[in-house]
Structure formats: C-alpha cells, structure tokens
Design a protein around this ligand. Sequence first.
Ligand code: PGA
Length: 251
Amino acid sequence: MRKPLITGNWKMNKTITESISLIKELVDFVKGYQETEIVICPPYTSLWVTKELIQDTNILLGAQNMYFQDEGAYTGEISASMLQNIGCDYVIVGHSERREYFHESSQEVAWKVRQALSFGIKPIICVGEKLEERESGSAREVVKEEIEAIFEVLKSQDAPGVVFAYEPIWAIGTGKSATSKDANDMIQYIRNLLKEKYSEKIAEQIRILYGGSVKPENIKELMAESDIDGALVGGASLKALAFSQLVKFRE
Ligand code: PGA
C-alpha cells in the first residue's frame, strides 16, 4: 500500500556537465520501471537541466534544501516558489548536515515544512541521532524532539503527503549502516508517534525512509523490514548503475 520511494541526495556533487551524463545514464537504466517511486535531488545549479532531461520519464525531481521565507533580502537562499517554478515535486528538509554545519534548528526545519507544503512541494523530513546519543541511550528522545517540532506545523490533512527519513548520523557516509532491525525499530517508533498525533490510518499512509550508507548490498535486507518504505541515498546515488540497483531492489 505504501509505494517504495528511493531518493538520491547528490549533496554538493556534480557540475551541470557531470549531471547531464549521470541523468542520461540513469534514465536509461530505470526506463519504464514503475514499482518504485524514484526521486533525484541534484544541487540547485543542476535542477533545471535535470527537469528537462527527466521530462516524460519515471523520475521525479527534488531539491536538497530551501528557505522558509517567501522572497526578499536573503542572499544565497532559494525559495519554495522558485523550486515550484522549476518543477520540484519534493524537497529535503532538515538533513543532518544542514542541522550540524549550518545550525538549522528544529524550529526552522518546521517552518520549511510549512512553506514547502503551502507551495505544493512534498517535504522529505530528516531526523536522526548522533553516535554519542545512541550510545547514551537518548536516540529516541532526540528523534522525538525533532518530530514534535514538525507536529506544530503539520496538519492532519497534509500529513499523508509528507515523507520522513530516519538517518542515524553515525551511519551517513561512513559505510557503517544501521542494522536493518535497528532502523526498523526506530521507524516503528516514529510511526507510533504519528499514530498518537494523527490517527492509525494516517500513520499507515506516511512513508518513512531509512538513510545512511544504503547500497546495493544492503537494500534488500532493509526493504524486507515491516516499516522501512524506502531509502534516502547519498554516495550510492552518484553512480547510475548502483542507484538503479537500489531502485530495482526487488529484482
Ligand atoms: P550516504 O548519505 O548514503 O552517503 O550515507 C545518506 C544521506 O546523507 O542522505
């Protein structure tokens, strides 16, 4: 009932020239495949060319970030209406790299969620704990705080359209993925929070992804878990073949 979603987060990689060849390869590898929803999130500079190259394909477009204000004197920022105008279906918000290096608070992430939704862009909301938080036993508490900030802005009628991504920070880019059981446990915990806040029916509709060193070697095991609805993929999304293998995890 929840369609699997595989999202590629290119982060600060790929010039326009490099993007074009990656997208062309990817379009070819996943042509006609409908069992997974496919989203790629190139850097801002490549969004437009990506949109042109994926027109009439099964690949959707996402951005990696946006600002929560409508427009104005915010040098260097990109608005929801700009993303909407390019044709973005999704936007990643609250990625741990943004929270950590750019000091984004849970409050700002919540404002971004509200702004994206008001422009018809589906937010992919990232949450997750640091290694020391996991080791000290506070992982759930950290995730709960991040999710509860979203509850302040997310109305029940909008909830089924958003996507959450559980990304334990210690598993991102480290090659050290969470075990599929640990990932599923936290994702079930998130789904329970959604149940309590909204309803069982709504919670069952919301897709919750896992992210952190997802690769062709571990995708099957992750996707076999009861509550993992897909993956947010960094490193492995930069190679068309690897990413297409993630998309076709059932094969
Ligand atoms: P990774 O990144 O797949 O390279 O670990 C995941 C992410 O940060 O979204």
